[in-house]
Design a protein around this ligand. Sequence first.
Ligand SMILES: Nc1ncnc2c1ncn2[C@@H]1O[C@H](COP(=O)(O)OP(=O)(O)OP(=O)(O)O)[C@@H](O)[C@H]1O
Ligand SMILES: [Zn+2]
Length: 899
Amino acid sequence: MVSGDKSLGERYCGDCKDEGLDLTCITPSSDHLEGVGSCNEPIEGSLQAERVNHNGSKKKSRYKKKIRSSRAAAGDVVSRVGSPCLSMTDAPLEGSNRGTSLYRNEDVDVIDHNHLGCGISCCWSRTPRFRESNLPFDVEDQPLLSAEVGETLQSEQGKSWKLEIIPYSESPRSFSQKFRPKSFNELVGQNVVARSLLSAISNGRITSFYLFHGPRGTGKTSASRIFAAALNCLSLDEHRPCGLCRECVLFFAGRSRDIKEVDSVRINRRDRARSLIKNAAIPPVSSRFKVFIIDECHLLRGETWATFLNNLEGLSQHAIFVMITPDLDKLPRKALSRSQRHHFPKIKEADVASRLGKICVEERLDFDQGALEFIASRSNGSLRDAEMTLEQLSLLGKKITMSMAYELIGIVSEDELLDLLDLAFSSDTSNTIRRARELMRSRIDPMQLISQLANLIMDILAGKCQEGTSEVRRKFFGRHTSEADVQQLSHGLKILSETEKQLRTSKNQTTWLTVALLQLSSVGSSFLDANDSRLCVRTVHPRDGDFCSTSSTGESLKHLVTCVHDNNDSCKLGMKDDKENLESIWQRATEICKSNSVKKFLRKRGTLFSVRFNHGLAVAELEFHHPDYVSKAEKSWKLIANALQSILGCNVEIRINLVHSASMTKYVKVKRPSFRLFNCSRRMPHDSLTTTERGSNPSDKSDFTSEKATIRANSVETCSCDCGYQISQNCNCRKEAAKTIRNNEGNALSIGATVPPRLWPDDFPKHGLGLDSSKEERSNFGCQAISAQEPEKQPNCFPRTLKLHRKSHSSDTSQMICLKIQPQNNLAPSIPGKTSETYFHANDHDPCVFRSSSNNYNNCSRDEVVPMMDSKVHCWRTPTFPFRKAWQMRHQPQRTHLV
Ligand SMILES: Nc1ncnc2c1ncn2[C@@H]1O[C@H](COP(=O)(O)OP(=O)(O)OP(=O)(O)O)[C@@H](O)[C@H]1O
Ligand SMILES: [Zn+2]
């Protein structure tokens, strides 16, 4: 510590008197304690130096020091700036001045140290520093720097190594070098640090170990150099460093022998650390303090720290270490407690933008203020990052514009984001998907987009976003103003933040981000649902000027998945890679489940095995490991389907599967012994159900083989094509006529429901269960196969062949019935695969649903098909259950349906 009895200012003063304006240098071979040259002497390629011992006695010597152009090539990074004592505001650089350094080629002509305010150009330099290093540590003989500027030290083994001093070089290579601050005044946004360091100097309260820490690009290194220069500045003015005195000139010229930047990687050996400490014990050559700046000090090893910290107490008063790190956590505790710490916070956006503005003026660049603000907002508080972006933009044109900035940084504009949000919130699925894909394909990666969207929502919620007059903005804020909208936004934020976590580990980022966007509108529907105890469906709001998508959300989702995978076969989530996605969907779906007990039950007992997007419908397979759980899940089908619908943003069909052992692999599951398929719709007209009159109560456990089902179908008429089948009157489309399936005694087993083949599970043939159409099976069931006669003549009739099977499993009392529909010719092109089978778990008193299908539904337009699908699904055997099993949770645009 500098003694308090003599103020630093006085001491500087005294020293000025004692030592005059001599310029101090040492030769590599000279005694370190000697060597002061006069800077009043002209130096032509060589520097006159006077050798001075620490008592002040002088010896003349000549120290030749040439600046070789190779230095720049060796990687020295150089900056040439205006007067270090003037801030940019005070003294903008003249173009002519910028290229002329007083000390160019290290020629110091005349320095008038009494002249305190002028526009002298000085040199300010920096050496390349190692951010992380994997250099070997045994580079004993390699010089640390180019030979001209290093100070040679002896390691304990007698080997020599060099300490670097800040070298001089000619021209700055980048804005951040060119505009590196040279005084505390120029240090942007670090007023607290600047004030405290200045005041320490003024009051002579200098300690030996400083630690500068904070995020990258906030001015730590610059501040350490300014501090070092200020410590040795000879000026009496309180605004040190003056940039004009001998010490400042030497320093800014890169010739100070007393201020050294030490590469933490190079000193990362005990012997070198020791020799550094020894060197620090030697008094400064000409200056008041010997300052060692050690950047990236978190790279120092434990033993280096130990050597340093153990010797800290014994350091002479003139030795000062300034260590710099962006990461305080990596330093030993002891280092933290022994140092005087100075934190460099992120620089405020406004400060960054204002600094950029000044640089633009200096560089004669036109700019949009908005663009600078935008760059500042993207720089994350790092002025260096902002300067680098600005520099890149300056290479693209003479004007820094918003659109250039967007393009360079690879993000989308706020208007584009608002537009996307608007689409997402409006349930305009197809356009949402299209827009999101456009953006992600060409401009922005999903992580970036999601963070931008989240930021935008936060801004909107904070009321920061309303300004601006663009059309998109006007529309968005005109439309989303209610309390519900605010809630929707904050829930949207939650969805995005969860999705962001998921994206970090997902290979399928584009898909999942788009799914998240689609969920934003589902958030809306759950709000509506919550407010309105009915299960209602959010309608599509056509956007001004946009076409109103008539396709269902599921169609869009299918489209999305198909497009994203660029492969029509990959619309299924159930592969190994999708496991986490499925888990995440299940997690979210259960989370929004409205009943706590169901939520708990589903989380504990249920798994989402797969989700397949199939022509506008998400087919979700759930798995449970016990028949009781299956029953319980079936009872809660509405909750499950509703939750999944909200999460997936499309119509949902759920399939509840029973698997016998938790240890079954996915492949084994394919052969699961029981499989349940139930179908239902919110639009099920209960009163038109076909009733079963078994003559016994529903819990009667009689077998299907002995079934004498008497099924009375409501509103049945005979098919006009005379095929012998009956058609439900409820069918809007005669081509897709519902058929009555009869048993061999002529009794109808099922009637009415025509389910387009597109809804049939397309992987059924793969399961290989219940496909056996042997006579035995058929006779077991007691139902004969029904074939349409002369199908060519009656193309509207379907099924061509219908076989009913029943299968028993020894491990399960339940029975499996397979309804197999097999087209006999090519008249059923729309049936996926050549065969479709539907399985029914014929548990004792389960109502079973038989569905038949028409091969001609492909002649029907989609609009005809959709209402057909849900129009009638009949159950038999159990009239008391109106429709216990629910599968398809569909909603239609522009309509609201009640369960
Ligand atoms: N506070 C600041 N005031 C003015 N310029 C700054 C400031 N911070 C950074 N800069 C600009 O960024 C460049 C790099 O700054 P500097 O090296 O001092 O940052 P740093 O915090 O040490 O970063 P790092 O930890 O990455 O080394 C400077 O040359 C300057 O152009
Ligand atoms: Zn000075």
